[in-house]
Design a protein around this ligand. Structure first.
Ligand code: ZN
Length: 424
């Protein structure tokens, strides 16, 4: 079967909305969600009342900042005190399609509507097409992952083989016999399957029909992505979502960030103040979804990212999350800017001469000072230190010095960011 070009096409006209139309579209559903959640007596009603506000006071995306952020921990506590859904569910439990339990524990209700978690648009954007036969290697019990992606593929006109986790050899058999064209799962599991195929004397590129992979739940190194494509002929793309809210954003063929789904309002906020940060600055991803069944308003994902509204050549007009930089609870604030271990990692990746690195933050006077201590693999060319300093400025957006240590000085297990500031 020949598939519609996996690198072209846009599924939904809503991905083409101008910034202005998009804002209007989102504010229209926001007003509906707020009113609906208030009338249904969800915890949002108590919040709005206690702030002396009324639902009409939350009419714009900016107005959202009047409301507190609901963290995963808050959701879990609310569910414990008001089981099973913390009062957030606005329909009778018997009207649901499924109920999942994700770690926390948190109960995740699934409404009886097609593509409840919004993955269809994302799966098209990453390259799946009608007619694809897809192994879904995410778990199908308790947590929602397996079902979430299955629904998106089925809505798109694809066929799902629910293989779940593990059984690498069986997976290879299934992929061969059923002429499977798509894979859903983690990058490392796809690599394990391809290796297993080679172990049983198959040539994945020739003997298997795999063309496209949706990779999630794990970091995807660019080197691995290239290998999937160049060695095995498989397009590998990513998306971002959570068990609580479903799809948030997804890559397009340009792979330069993840377009935000039109039915999700994303704010990037300072995790300390809950206030929105300007474009480009990293902060916590806070989402409000177009979901009346289980309306979570300003749900704090605990993940760090930043937004760009720069034009994307794929044609989609939606802004993008640049990438997920890690978890909010791992960040350090230096000169008012967030610094995350993944940013330090980026500096190391940019300079293969570096064997190990540790970012030291000190405050000798009333100024924060940042120093990257590195161990080298061998000799380096002249000007190396200033090149690393330039990468620090680029990646961390702050000035930092570089000091080269003797091999072994950093030890085996060391902190990537060592905050030595004393605040007393
Ligand atoms: Zn794009």
């Amino acid at each position: 079967m020949v598939f519609e070009d996996r690198n072209k096409g846009i599924l939904s006209n809503q991905e083409l909305m101008s910034a202005e139309d998009r804002k209007k579209y989102q504010e229209d559903f926001l007003k509906e969600i707020i009113k609906h959640a208030y009338v249904a007596g969800t915890p949002l009603k108590k919040t709005i009342d206690s702030l002396g506000l009324s639902p009409a006071d939350i009419g714009s995306i900016e107005d959202l900042q009047k409301l507190p952020i609901t963290k995963k921990k808050d959701l879990s506590e609310a569910q414990k005190s008001r089981p099973p859904f913390g009062g957030f569910l606005t329909v009778p439990t018997r009207d649901l399609a499924r109920i999942h339990q994700s770690p926390g524990p948190i109960y995740d209700p699934v409404g009886n509507v097609p593509d409840y978690w919004r993955w269809k648009t994302a799966l098209y954007s990453v390259g799946f097409r009608a007619g694809d036969i897809v192994v879904n290697t995410f778990a199908y019990h308790l947590t929602p992952a397996g079902h979430m992606f299955e629904e998106g593929i089925v809505e798109l006109g694809g066929v799902i083989v629910p293989t779940g986790v593990g059984n690498t050899e069986t997976q290879v058999d299934i992929i061969k016999v059923l002429e499977v064209t798509g894979f859903i799962g983690t990058p490392s599991f796809l690599m394990a399957i391809l290796k297993k195929a080679e172990d049983v004397d198959l040539k994945p590129r020739k003997d298997l029909k795999l063309e496209v992979a949706f990779l999630a739940a794990e970091m995807l190194p660019e080197s691995m992505r290239r290998r999937f494509l160049e060695e095995y002929g498989i397009i590998g793309r990513q998306a971002y979502g959570t068990a609580d809210v479903g799809c948030v954003s997804y890559e397009c063929p340009e792979m330069n960030g993840m377009h935000i789904h039109h039915d999700v309002i994303v704010e990037i906020v300072d995790p300390d103040t809950g206030l929105a940060l300007p474009e480009g600055e990293p902060g916590e991803v806070v989402v409000t979804c177009n979901n009346k069944i289980y309306p979570l308003v300003r749900f704090g994902t605990g993940d760090l990212s930043s937004i760009t509204t720069a034009t994307c050549s794929c044609g989609r007009k939606s802004p993008r999350l640049t990438r997920i930089m890690g978890r909010v609870d791992q960040v350090t604030k230096v000169k008012g800017m967030f610094v995350h271990p993944s940013q330090v990692q980026k500096v190391v990746e940019a300079h293969p001469e570096i064997a190990k690195a540790r970012l030291v933050v000190e405050r000798p006077g009333d100024q924060d000072l940042m120093k990257l201590e590195i161990e080298l693999k061998g000799a380096v060319a002249e000007g190396f230190v200033s090149k690393v300093e330039a990468t620090i400025r680029d990646s961390i957006k702050l000035k930092g010095s570089v000091s080269i240590l003797e091999p072994g000085a950093l030890g085996g297990e060391h902190k990537i960011i060592d905050d030595r500031r004393k605040w007393d």
